[in-house]
Structure formats: C-alpha cells, structure tokens
Write a protein that binds this ligand. Structure first.
Ligand code: NA7
Length: 317
C-alpha cells in the first residue's frame, strides 16, 4: 500500500484573472448576488464576479475563507439566511447533495426566511435531479424562483472562465444571471425543466469517469511491459482517439501528479448519483458500476482528495 500524502490546498490568488475576461465585454447586472460556499470552485467564481463589477455577498461554513473576499469588496454574512436577506439572486456551490439540502432546509438555512418573494435561488453544487426538485419545490413554496445551474468543467477551466453552464428551471432567473454566466463560462445551455440539467451533467460525468478508468488500465498495462508512458501518450496524441481531457489526464498519470482539478471524491459522488438514477429506471449500467468500484477502491487507498486521474494508482496494483 503506497504512503499517501494529502494534496496541498492551494490558496486562492485574488489577483489572478481568466485571460478570456477582457474579451467578453461584460456589463455587470445591478442586482446583488449572494454566494454560499467558497471552496475551490466557489472562490474562483466569486473572485471573477467581483472583478467584473458584480455586487457580491458571501458566506462559507469555514468563515476564515471569506476574508480575502472582504478585502476584494464583498460583504460577508453570518448565515445562509442572512445572505438571502441581503441578495436578490443567491448561488450555492457546495460539495454534495446533502450539503446543498442542509443549506436550504437546515437551521439558519435559506427557507428560515419564509418569504422569498423577489428572490431567486440558483443551485450550482452537483446534485441529482431529485435533490434539485426538492430544493426547487422548497424555494417555490416560499414564493421564490429557482434555477439549477450545474457547472461542468475542472478547477482549471473555472480559473480560465471556460466552464459550461447547464441550466434548468425558471428562465427569467437564467436571463438575470446572464452577466455572471458570461463571466465564468464559455457556453451556457438552458435545458428546460428542473432536473434536466442535473441529468445532462451526470451523463457527461459518466462518460468522463468511464474513459478515465479505461485510460488508467491501458497505461498500467503499458507500464507492466516497461513501455514508456510518454511514448504511448505521444502516439495517442496522433490518433483519432485523442481528446484534450484524456491527453491531460494521461500526462498526469505518467508523471504521478494528481493535483486535484476534479477531485476523485467528487467523481465517485457523481458515479453514485448516476447509479442511483439508473437503479430507479431499472437501467443496466455494468461498466459504470465497475467504474464506480474502481473509484471507491482508489478512495479507500487514500486518494479521495487527489485528482480523479489517481485511479491510475489502483490500476497499477
Ligand atoms: P471544495 O473545494 O471541496 O469545497 C467544498 C465547499 O462546500 C466548501 O466551501 C465547503 O465548506 C462546503 N461544504 C461542504 N459541505 C457543506 C455543508 N454540509 N454545509 C455547508 N458547506 C459545506 O469543492 P469545489 O469548490 O471544488 O466544488 C464545489 C461544487 O462545485 C461541487 O458540487 C462540484 O461538483 C461543483 P468548508 O470550506 O469546508 O467549510
């Protein structure tokens, strides 16, 4: 069993900007935007929203993470409920469906405010369609508007302002978020009813996870033959199979550099959500099930917080 060290947590660089921002000609909305969750994704997004002139109010469970944003011009609140009170549109971007639900239904959560008239809530955390429907229902029962806006892309793509936004729910909210989405994403899709965007996001994640495990196993076999992984990647680059993702992940596997762009724990969470959806439909997904087992095993080896490309470590056993 290898000795595993946690990947270093990178401090957010408040001065870095995505190169693409200057070309986007962003006119910031005059609304006030709340933001719940300043993890790697949330902080990168909020930093760019402040830079492009949006009024932002933030909250994070670990309050220390808010400090750099205060210095950059954001207002900090003590609870999610306080953020909702101060903002017109509130984004949420936390680790998983449970966290997303806690922030809405929990103590000091969004629904404690009771009346959400003139407010809109946007779920950006990766959640399954049922969780999104529950959250949307809760918000609507308090007279608020709801949009799911799933963010597809890695932490680097977030830093580059190159995410893809997959949205479903209230179209007026989608339109009001235009200048925010233009700041953080290269493309935005409105996919209709609540739940649709979550489904599309999880379907894309399935393609990614299954492909990564295939890549890891093939490279592990090459390694057993003592064939240079760099040679394999160079040849792969010349084939019609190549993709930017697989090339980047292959290079990370060859170097053993698993700095988290898309944490392994997040990818395994997505596989769990996909398999739950499939179970409810009696849809058989044998390859995805095995892929999930590979990810679960890699987590047990201590690679939860590393990049999903760390599945390579398990494949080499
Ligand atoms: P990170 O960097 O792991 O950050 C996770 C964030 O979620 C961080 O702000 C956490 O607060 C917060 N969190 C997690 N659980 C909870 C609960 N229960 N209550 C409140 N806040 C919570 O993840 P990323 O930023 O990379 O990704 C966030 C989402 O974007 C994820 O769904 C991706 O799929 C897309 P903390 O700082 O630990 O107090």
């Amino acid at each position: 069993r290898p000795v595993v060290t946690r990947p270093e947590t990178q401090a957010i660089d408040m001065n870095s900007r995505s190169n693409t921002l200057a070309d986007r000609d962003i006119v910031p909305s005059e609304l006030t935007f709340g933001f719940l969750g300043l993890g790697m994704m949330g902080s990168t997004i909020v930093k760019d929203l402040i830079y492009t002139g949006h009024k932002v109010v933030v909250w994070n469970r670990t309050i220390d993470k808010c400090q750099p944003f205060v210095e950059a011009g954001a207002e900090v609140k003590d609870t999610p409920m306080d953020v909702v009170e101060a903002a017109d549109i509130i984004f949420c971007c936390v680790s998983d469906p449970k966290g997303a639900k806690d922030l809405v239904f929990g103590n000091c959560g969004v629904l404690q405010l009771k009346d959400l008239r003139n407010k809109a809530y946007v779920e950006m955390s990766t959640v399954d369609p049922d969780t999104s429907l529950d959250i949307g229902e809760g918000i609507k029962q308090c007279n608020g508007r709801y949009l799911e806006a799933q963010i597809h892309g890695s932490r680097q793509e977030a830093a580059d302002g190159m995410l893809i936004i997959l949205a479903g729910g209230d179209r007026t909210v989608f339109e009001e978020c235009h200048s925010c989405f233009k700041t953080i994403a290269k493309n935005t899709f409105f996919l209709g009813n609540v739940g649709n965007a979550c489904k599309v996001n999880l379907i894309l994640q399935t393609i990614q996870a299954v492909s990564l495990v295939g890549l890891a196993e093939a490279l592990a076999l090459a390694d057993r033959f003592s064939i240079s992984l760099n040679d394999i990647i160079d040849i792969f680059d010349l084939t019609s199979m190549k993709s930017p993702l697989l090339l980047a992940k292959g290079k990370e596997m060859a170097k053993g550099d698993f700095n988290p762009q898309q944490p392994l724990s997040h990818m395994q969470r997505d596989l769990r959500l996909v398999l739950n959806m499939a179970e409810n439909l009696d849809q058989s997904m044998p390859v995805t099930s095995i892929t999930n087992e590979v990810f679960k095993h890699t987590k047990r080896l201590g690679y939860s917080e590393h990049d999903s490309s760390a599945v390579f470590v398990r494949s080499r056993f």
